[in-house]
Write a protein that binds this ligand. Sequence first.
Ligand code: ZN
Length: 352
Amino acid sequence: MKKKLKIDLPEFVEIGDNKLKNLFKILLFHKLKFKEILLLGDSKTFLLGGETIASIFKKEKIKILKHLISNSDEENVENIKKFIKEEKPDLVIGFGGGKVLDVAKLAAGKYKTKFISIPTILSNDGIASPVSVIKDKNNIPISHITKAPHGVIVDINIIKKAPIRHIRAGVGDLISNLSAVFDARLAQSKGIEKTDSMALTLAEAGPISLLQFKNKSIKNNEFLLCLAHGLIKSGFAMCTVGSSRPASGSEHKISHSIDYLYSPRKTLHGEQVGIGTIFTMSLQKNEYLDKVKKLYAQIEFPQNLKHLGITEDEFIEVIYNVKNIRPERYTILEDKKLTPKEIKKIIEETGL
Ligand SMILES: [Zn+2]
């Protein structure tokens, strides 16, 4: 985990109520200059607040161009890149879930156009990270490192309207940092990799706060704020090292392996890594496992392979295929090299 000389972090983060209504003022407050804006979203998010955003800028006589993103794939990235190249907007605003933000971030990063991330759901830690996950021609999600968003604006009123399933997935992606951080420290202890302790501390701060949170209810505003702060810290941890390492270890390898073997999928990234985390934490003998299971039960997070639509034998295949996923990234799975019998034993012990 090499530290980059220049850390690429967002310039500002705004989290709270009614942020969307004050969007114009927020951008001016952060000294942004713009005459032309490209607003990216999908059909659902344009209904949720896209028109509100457009009307705010129209009122201020700012030219606003709108473009729909239909999927987080290479075709959509190419379309948006072409659009940015031709129109040369001063600012790109992504208003949507992970798919919209991933496409917008990667396309804006290509031309170094300032990108403002406004998530409508908190389903993963891509809202403030330099990582974009884009499906390739075979429908397999691939992670790309790009420029971090210039600004991140989280409006809790908008987030509260998101389907609960997506919020749960965000919890899964944040909690998975505990497994990823363990793996990074393991690689360090074996002398395989030099880790950045500040980035790892930042990555685990969010999930630890969430575990300590008293009123663990997805409908609770404070819990959502804690989740938002945690996902942003996770993004910052990745920014400081220019890599997903602080937030992506063995549990993400399991999720990528599932995507590779059993795509297309209906389950969310956060659900896959959240379930994978139970397996890897058990293998790691991770001190947080019991607390994680308790949190999952409290928020009704799915805790079994059945939810992933994967049988026990298919899961064994998933674990065996992990060796093909980021082989340079050492984790507990490379350390233990499990037999099918050992995999089955963990599935049984954890109730997966
Ligand atoms: Zn993730």
